[in-house]
Design a protein around this ligand. Sequence first.
Ligand code: ADP
Length: 716
Amino acid sequence: MITAEDKLALTELLLSSVDASVCAQKGLQWLGSQVLSRRALLATAAADPGRLWGIAALGISPARTGEFVLDLDDRRDPLVAATWSGRPAHFRPGPRQPETPLESVPFYAVPLRPDRKMPPLGVLLFESDEPDIDADVLWFAEILGEKFQALRLRNVTADPGVDRERHLLYSIINAVTDPILLTDDSGKLIIGNLRAEQLFAIRPEESEGRRRAVELNNLFFSSALAGRMVEENLPGAREVILVDPEDGSDLMYELLTSRMAIDRDLSAVVSVLRNVTDLGRARQELEDNYRRLMEAEVQMRTERNRLDLLVDSVGDPIIVTDPAGDILMTNAPAEKYFTAHDGSDKDTLRRVQANVAQFSSFVSGLMLQAGLSGGQQRWRERLIVTEPGTGRAVPMEAFAGSMMAGTSELTGVVTVLHDQTETIERERLYAELQQASAQLELRVREATAELAHQNELLRRQALALEQASAAKSQFLANVSHEFRTPLNAILGYSLMLMGGFYGQLSEEQSRTVQRIDANSKHLATLINDVLDIERIEAGRMPLQISQFPVQDVVREVLEELQGVIAQSSATVNVALPAALPRLKSDRQKLKQILVNLLSNALKYTKDGTVDIFARHELSTGRMALTVRDSGVGIAPEDHVRIFEPFQQAKRVITRPQGGTGLGLAISRRLARMLGGDIGVESQLGEGSTFTVTIPVRTRTRTAQYRTESDRRQQSA
Ligand code: ADP
């Protein structure tokens, strides 16, 4: 509800002014602040009674307002009819709604016609969807109508053309499709034509996207304008890129500005934006095309350079000819054969010419072939050219390929020549090498045959030897056996003689009988040893495997040789570790080996020491038993011989009495039966160390001693 005070305020406002448009403007502002309405427009006929011009508005741009005109003579127009009627009329959106800057919203048209005898002075268009018009609005129309009436009576001299001109001006600037704007010094829009409003003015009902575009445009424009002001004195235009709020596309404008004075101390800027979007696009396209052209050219040039580099860096001659065989281009190596230099002698010149002629007939020959089969071709041929300087014939391999323009047109032939001299030379050398290698192979084959022959001879000799050795063993065994019976008789009789069975012997007789006894015993030992060897060799010596501590065996050995040890001047030391594993082996045979080694040590050691010790080798699962003496020692060259039957060391310092030369031979054979062996380390005069190594656990099968002939038979 509008109070009396508010109404008084309006009345005062109107009284203070004598200008119709000022009254209209102020009045509408007052109405807008009192009554809720988004849009309103006031059209008056202040100067020209036949027409009503848009003079002031609320929520409508000045450009649209200024463009609005209502011809009072056109009574068929519903709005004109309503105005003449002097009563408010309500218009709703639809086909029959008159066209106004309010656009399609429901509105009231309230005529300003204080004097019914006179034509209407104006009309107030007022957005409202209410069924009844607000009484305050009616009051406002009435008081404003009276004010206009009063002004009309006073301003009889007022120029009736002003409003028309203003309308004309608005029509002109609105007809321009480029935006035209008037801004104040701070860049704020004072007035603009329709296009300017589309780009820069935000209308309340606008979508978010459009609003954003308009905001951006204002930003771009004011910065361009500011820039333009700075460089005011510079000629030429400045480019501005704006956004079309309709479709979001870029619009390119050229900004032209000029400054004008409004008042004495107030100036404004008129800006005209010229649309150069299409121009810009064309220019951009032109630039793009130019850039692409330049790029293509650069690429082509690099490619060409690369190709030149490639062609020049090839060591083989390259020749490009036209289809007729005329040379178009050569690389440096080809020049040597196909280009004559100034000052070349006659022969050189002649040879170059011959090469050129020969080459072009070669190419035309190829073309003839190509003509028969058609399409792109490659060839590989042999060709002989002459070295111009020396006249040497150079065999060449020519790789030629046709160059095509498109798919059918032959434009030339590229030929690469490859010098075959070296290849041919290599082939010759290779043939020679092959021949030499064949000869060598033949010789090797002959030598191999000879070797095989020799081997066969050796094998036969070995066989014969073995047979002889077997015969010898057999003979010895037989003889020994035959010896044993009479020998036992001799020993028996000599024992009886010594025992006084045949009467008391004289001292000399007794000594003789003792000698007979000693020699017979020696002979018996010898025969036993020979029989032992024979049994081992014949495989008639069985193994008897049992478990026993090694210490026990050593003790038994010492007991058996007790008498010899007592008589010897050497000292015997035994050092066996407490934690030795029990042996699983043939106890009797191990004992026999140790007895032999110890008695040898005692035999060959005077006033020295004999050490017995043992070592368990965990990694190999073997036991090593060592007898070391400080006696006479054995020369290295005798180390092999002493293990052979009836062999004794050749280089000896002093040889003691007795000994059959079979002890070590038997011992080694026994050790091998147990899966082990005997080794010796010794130097003449520096004592000897004999070590028997056997497995802690002898496996019956592998331990069987194999004779040399067995082994050979197996390997054969
Ligand atoms: P022999 O009955 O002659 O001792 P062996 O076969 O037992 O026969 O020994 C062969 C030879 O090896 C011996 O004649 C001797 O020259 C040499 N020989 C063996 N044991 C020793 C030793 N401990 N020191 C020096 N020489 C040895």
